[in-house]
Design a protein around this ligand. Sequence first.
Ligand code: ADP
Length: 756
Amino acid sequence: MSPSVSDADLSVCDREPIHLLGGIQPRGVLVAFRGDTEAVAVVSANVQALLGAGPDALLGKPLSGVLPRGLLARVEAGKGPGPVTVEVSGQRCSALLHDSDGLRVLELEPLADEDVGSDETALSAVQRLASPLARAKGTVALLQEAADAVRELIGYDRVMVYRFHADFHGEVVAESVREGVDAFMGLHYPASDIPAQARALYTRNPVRLIADVDAKAVALVPPVLPGPQRPLDLSGSALRGVSEIHLEYLRNMGVGASFSVSLLKDGQLWGLMACHHLAPRTVSAARRQACEVLARLLSLQLSAEERSLESAAQARHAALLNALVLPNLGERSPAKALEAHAPLLKELTGAHGVALVLGASAGPEASPLLLGTTPSAEEVRALVAWLSARELPDEAFHVDRLGDVYPPLASRADVAAGLLAVRLDPSVPHFALWFRPEVARTVAWAGNPNKPVRPEPGHARLRPRASFDVWREEMKGASTPWSAQDLEAARALKGALVGVVLRHAEELARLSRELARSNAELDAFGGTVAHDLKEPLRGILQYSSFLQEDFGPALGPDGLGQLEALGWLAKRTYELLDNLFEYSRLGRLELSWEETDQQTLVEDVLKTLGARLQEGRVEVRLPRRLPTLACDSIRIRQVWANLISNAAKYQTAEPRWVEVGFVGPDEARPEAARHVTAPYLFYVKDPGIGIAPQFHEAIFELFRRLHPAQAYGGGTGAGLAIARRLVSLHGGALWVDSALGQGSTFFFTLGEGPRP
Ligand code: ADP
């Protein structure tokens, strides 16, 4: 913001009470009276000219004494769509009546010769003009028709349709000018040109005429109302005086007369029909009214037109979203597939550039996709890192002065004064970013050097500001604001993507339900088969031992050898079936949780394994006492037994040892268990043969062995599969850290306890 202008300067102008200026324009007279007694309460100082009596003679007297007989009754009766033409002191006037501050306010305006008897002309003009209006195709044509129609009706040099933007700065969107008069079409004006209270007044009282910018205002008598101690409220008055600032503004523009009609859309000020005449020129009440009717028609048309534009835009957005999102259904990361449709992304909001960031926040691997006018890839990466660290309400963020909140891009207002960002995925820093440049660079500002106002030192009144550049200075670093539609489109994109993500999650859930079902079926099948096959196998085993006992000598050494092999195979098959049966039963296993001293459990296991350990000369190391933790002790005993016996089994070199230990809460975790959040981490470590990384998962498969059946003391290859299933039934995990020839460490954790 420049040193010479501050917000305060403009808000001084914003606060000027323009409806209470206490004066009227001299083109008519005003008489305010009490509704019950008709006693005159306020008059304009110029009342004598029309009514033949001055303020002193009128105030406090009943109105019937001053006005021609029956005039008031006619005005009352004619109150409605149009002004009433009456004759006062031999002069034809238009009369308007309204209520303000509990008084009735009568305004009389003498008619120019051309307007005498023109009421019908004006109204039929509306009719004539309304039909081309209805035929106009599209907003632009509609506004142009309206501007031409109004100029024809009031005979002014310039008629502009001035549209307010979201930040209330204005733009001339249609114009009808007499040849030789400056055209303002396409120019933008700062919001301070038509300050907030003026806009409020335009909404309440849609028509305003300043017939002569140089005419001296006429005071009201008395200047303040005795009750509220302020001037009569002239909001509804046609003759209302004009702020001196506004008059100076008009004079500076070389304007002699000004007339404006508000355009309201759904009750909100959408714009103005702003009309200028270089010389003073009045517009009769009837013509003003005709313009008002025209403006209403236009407003209705505009509403309809905009609504159809909005729904067309919405349809377009929906189509864009479809195009963006549909192809992503098959993608693992929906955001990834957006890349292919990035040009559509830019169209989604009114942005000059778009960046799609799908990599890690600030890592060098993240290479944002840039389209249109955007900051550099490096700048975008830094911006995304900053955004990811912020709490984003709704996962969306928008500013029209990015430099104020994010100084590193303050010098890049040429491309990124405005930023609209949505986080596409809450779990990873994936963003879509839209950029807009500084507004001053993108629009044709009305470079009139005497536009907005500021108080000058020593002046109580506001005076036009010296240079428009100051205003430009104020707008430095600001983009046009993001519209509600822009935000909606960005959110819709995010919403659609979330929808895709959800659909993915649903699909996954469905698959895992199916998997669980087929697992259960397999378990049941495995269990039955194992159970049914064990019986005949037991028979085979029995018969082979009978054979051996009864007919051994007759069979000879070869026959005996084959019989032994048969017995061994049958035994092994029996073991396999036994393991399969056990494994399949785990699917239906109900754990019985109890606080269990793991130390006792392990000592118990060691006792059982004692002979084997001694035989293999394996030293068991227990660096410290194991903790007490809830589990199903029978099942976890089985886990310990499997891990310890494996550790003892799979080593060849001396000295042989097995270490059994744990890592407690708040203790440093080994690298292979860095991600573990469970408070206790148990391990069984050996210096044995180790396992190559590609088998770290395979060894947990049922019946998966890395060695021939009889190597390393034999085994079925079911132990680790069963152990892992038991651990996961407890809500824990079991995994290995090992390398070939480097020994192995098996880690496992346990869950919190039974699920409620
Ligand atoms: P089994 O020991 O009965 O073969 P497991 O399921 O317990 O079956 O183990 C599967 C395979 O994992 C083993 O055959 C072995 O190859 C490998 N393995 C298990 N524990 C270790 C260990 N401590 N060191 C090296 N290899 C191991």
